[in-house]
Design a protein around this ligand. Sequence first.
Ligand code: CTP
Ligand code: MG
Length: 238
Amino acid sequence: MSPTSPAGSPPDVGVVVPAAGRGERAGAGEPKQFRAIGGVPMLLRSIRPFASHPRVAEIVVVLPALWARKPPAWLAGVAGGRLRVVSGGDSRTVSVLNGVAALSPACRVVLVHDAARPFVSVETIDAVIHAASDGHGAIAAIPVSDTLKRADATGQLVAETVDRAGVWRAQTPQGFPRSQIEAGYQHWRDHGAVPDVTDDAALVEAAGFPVRLVPDRATNIKVTTADDFVIAEALAGQ
Ligand code: CTP
Ligand code: MG
């Protein structure tokens, strides 16, 4: 048994999987989340470790409207009665908001995990659930190891080298006590001018809550470009 899933802990975790994007940077073809990696659709790979986790009560998959009307049959197969499907919005933020709204009140802890990360480990999921169950927002993240440069206005010349000390790359899953992620999204709605954000922790931070860093594995890549599919195929073959 996992040390973070003590006997008797009720399944009170709701997982929101935003999968309503168009995958434009991945190139032409069907949206990247439905493409196969090692013969298995990326979205299915991304959901599987949550579907078999003892703390997970519900998985809400947020799909493009057309797909939400007729979800792929393999989706029901992986999560059974714990699965819900809802339609996404024009931005990831709205898609996640739709997903959180679809969770039943029994879900006291909310995890958000991008459909574009098909190689998340159970250890990372456990650590994020552990922190969020303790009352703290927590994000899977990796300390930056590359040297960072800021470009000038032309985008072609280096303007400066950026100090990378203390800089982390935010990944998913990201987990929060439900009240905190709801407060984060309420804050976002109240400040209509806030530009679209690329992760959920940014909203929870803006609402004034501390967010913990959970060291993640480099294999939990986000599949964004055609090159990432090459890396993903190699990871799937291991
Ligand atoms: N996403 C979503 N709703 C949107 C936009 C994105 O649910 N309106 C989801 C994507 O499906 C993905 C995750 O958010 O699982 C992270 O987004 P990203 O990697 O940027 O995927 P896309 O937006 O699909 O890709 P691109 O930006 O290249 O079009
Ligand atoms: Mg996007």
